[in-house]
Design a protein around this ligand. Structure first.
Ligand code: PSZ
Length: 283
């Protein structure tokens, strides 16, 4: 198994994380997770564009181009014979004696590696349970920052309650999930939070919105109030690894009849078609 550290392909024992790496000490960096289906990275250009944007928003200048990185990631997938799995990328501001302000000399540290994994087909079929909890994260959730404490604490709360996801509530409205974007269906309309600084602009969310447009589903870009959750017909979450996953229960109460909704199923099917169009996976 190979790891890409800066420009070099190295083995696991050769990967070096410095004590004074700002990613390690401050969470001062950004990352991406990309799904690989049948050896092909899915929507790679969109993920790399987001990585470069996240880096630029926190004033990290990358020394390579999207084109160069694309080539190296394809090489990494080939070297590791990755068929289905995830590609993890992270960039930290670099290594320097601990001090909050940006170091003058530090060069960004880049790492990429692959993790084999299958599609979560049973979960996608059955759907998952969720809880709601306060969104205690910072106000730039559009940056895919290495600082994940708000998400980690929310996800653990969900797991402690026997659930898979925590739906985050800020100022009495739903923003997104701890690691997913959230959609609701009510009276035939698709409702999701607008893409502003309070949510991550999910690549999966964007693909689903494109497909919803093609299916001519009405889309409402509004934050659903917490108190409205009990009155929706369907709910689902989207992410790179969870794709389009039904949410069948929130805070112990069933959504609709407590089984995956029909529009959710339609959008799931459209998403699987998109995977099949760009890769060739059986499902
Ligand atoms: O492996 C996992 O569980 C993954 S891989 C990517 C995610 C989870 N989540 C990304 C994410 C997120 O962290 C937040 C806060 N909101 C939305 C998403 C979905 O973004 P995309 O669709 O780009 O993966």
């Amino acid at each position: 198994m190979y790891y890409l550290q800066n420009n070099e392909f190295v083995e696991r024992h050769q990967v070096h994380v410095d004590l004074e790496d700002r990613g390690y000490q401050f969470g001062d960096g950004v990352y991406e997770v990309i799904r690989v289906y049948d050896q092909k990275p899915f929507y790679l250009a969109e993920h790399l564009t987001r990585l470069f944007r996240s880096a630029s928003e926190i004033r990290i200048n990358l020394s390579f181009s999207i084109e160069e990185l694309t080539k190296r990631l394809h090489t990494l997938i080939n070297k590791n014979n990755l068929i289905h799995g995830n590609l993890y990328l992270q960039v930290s501001r670099g290594i320097a004696p601990r001090n909050h302000a940006f170091p003058k000399e530090a060069k960004p540290v880049f790492i990429a590696y692959t993790i084999p994994s299958d599609r979560p087909i049973d979960t996608l079929e059955q759907g998952v349970k969720a809880i709601t909890t306060q969104d205690i994260r910072w106000l730039r959730c559009d940056i895919k920052s290495l600082n994940l404490l708000g998400a980690v604490l929310a996800k653990q709360e969900a797991v402690d309650a026997g659930c898979s996801e925590a739906i985050l509530i800020r100022d009495q409205v739903v923003t997104e999930g701890s690691s997913t974007n959230i959609f609701f269906v009510k009276e035939g309309k698709l409702i999701t939070h607008p893409a502003n600084q309070l949510i991550l602009h999910g690549i999966t969310r964007e693909i689903v919105l494109e497909q919803a447009k093609k299916l001519q589903l009405p889309i409402v870009f509004e934050a659903l109030s917490h108190s409205e959750i009990g009155h929706v017909d369907e709910c689902f979450m989207t992410s790179t690894t969870m794709e389009v996953c039904p949410i069948i229960q929130i805070d112990e109460k069933p959504i609709g009849d407590g089984t995956p909704g029909s529009l959710t199923r339609q959008l799931q099917a459209a998403y699987i078609e998109e995977i099949a169009r760009l890769a060739l996976v059986s499902n």
